[in-house]
Design a binder for this molecule. Structure first.
Ligand code: AHR
Length: 329
């Protein structure tokens, strides 16, 4: 059995030997917990912060050897990475899945090899829930519901009887897209005076959203009346704002209400400047929570199956410069 070199053990060793304050020697290579992470890619500012959070936690001084694979937005690359981790006999696999479906076989292979899989960020839709030990991430449906509740207040307090909405979706089939889309769809069903003018696929990227919105606007005979753009992440919001402004629209007060998910520092700045009306938080800092699950497993415990992270929303009225400066991502 491997002797684990985890941080608490390291700290007690330092105290016991009276060398607190000195740099301890690195743990022996074969005592490190080997973690294989399969990341989606680097499509958004959120994703970059998420990878950094994982890399900051799974360090050699923390007792880990990290094998990090960037799937460059392709599920087949993630499947290949997981198979590679199985061959490398890692201790744990952390999967940040591109989309929900298509994981049954490869996760069964990991289970058969005795490697626990932790699903982080988005969820997997598998027939057998024992194929993963825990999920750490956001409640995307709840994020969407909070955004829609804000939109109801916005329409009500602004005396807006009708709303013309453009919906920019994220990567199709991902939990973030499914949850945020479902919340808007439900609201559209219950508000007969809200019109879905267009639904575009932004794939969670700034460049694709910019092109899609630009293309949509260029195809209209007369410039459409737009009240709201519901963007399923910050980078989509940045791309949409750029295309709308180039076409002569105003975003923010007196113009189009842009709703965005993630609330990264860049988005909060645009929110404080009034261009983004609602920034709904999606917290990418999942490294510590994921390591927490591994610690429980290492000590022989059974982690909770679901770990949702707390999230807030921001508007110009609730934001300050200090809050943005203190933002970690
Ligand atoms: O799954 C989380 C989503 O994926 C974030 O909202 C988005 O920015 C990312 O690409």
């Amino acid at each position: 059995m491997k002797i684990r070199w985890i941080l608490p053990a390291l700290i007690s060793a330092m105290i016991l030997s009276g060398c607190a304050g000195q740099t301890p020697s690195s743990p022996p290579e074969n005592a490190l917990i080997v973690v294989g992470i399969s990341q989606v890619g680097a499509e958004s500012d959120w994703r970059v912060a998420n990878s950094e959070s994982m890399k900051a936690v799974f360090t050699e001084s923390g007792g880990y050897r990290l094998l990090f694979e960037d799937a460059k937005q392709k599920q087949e690359n993630q499947i290949t990475a997981i198979r590679k981790f199985i061959q490398q006999k890692v201790d744990y696999i952390v999967l940040l899945p591109l989309r929900e479906t298509g994981w049954d076989s490869v996760l069964q292979e990991a289970k058969d090899a005795g490697i626990p899989v932790i699903v982080a960020d988005r969820m997997v839709d598998v027939k057998d829930e024992t194929l993963f030990v825990a999920h750490v991430g956001s409640n995307f449906r709840m994020e969407g519901e909070k955004a829609v509740a804000w939109l109801e207040d916005y329409a009500h307090s602004g005396g807006k009887e009708t709303l013309n909405i453009i919906h920019i979706q994220g990567t199709m089939g991902s939990t973030a897209q499914i949850g945020r889309t479902a919340a808007l769809e439900q609201a559209l069903e219950s508000h007969a005076d809200w019109t879905l003018q267009a639904r575009l696929d932004g794939d969670f990227t700034q460049a694709k959203t910019y092109e899609e919105v630009k293309q949509y606007l260029s195809e209209q005979e007369v410039p459409p009346e737009i009240d709201v753009v519901y963007c399923e992440n910050d980078n989509e919001a940045f791309g949409a704002i750029q295309a709308l402004e180039e076409a002569g629209y105003t975003c923010g007060e007196g113009g189009i209400a842009v709703i965005s998910f993630d609330a990264t520092r860049n988005c909060l700045t645009q929110c404080l400047n009034g261009k983004i009306s609602l920034a709904m938080e999606c917290n990418p800092l999942l490294g510590p929570l994921t390591a927490g699950v591994i610690r429980i497993l290492e000590s022989g415990g059974t982690p909770e199956k679901e770990h949702y992270i707390e999230e807030r929303s921001f508007t110009k009225e609730t934001l300050t410069e200090e809050m943005i400066a203190a933002r970690l991502y």
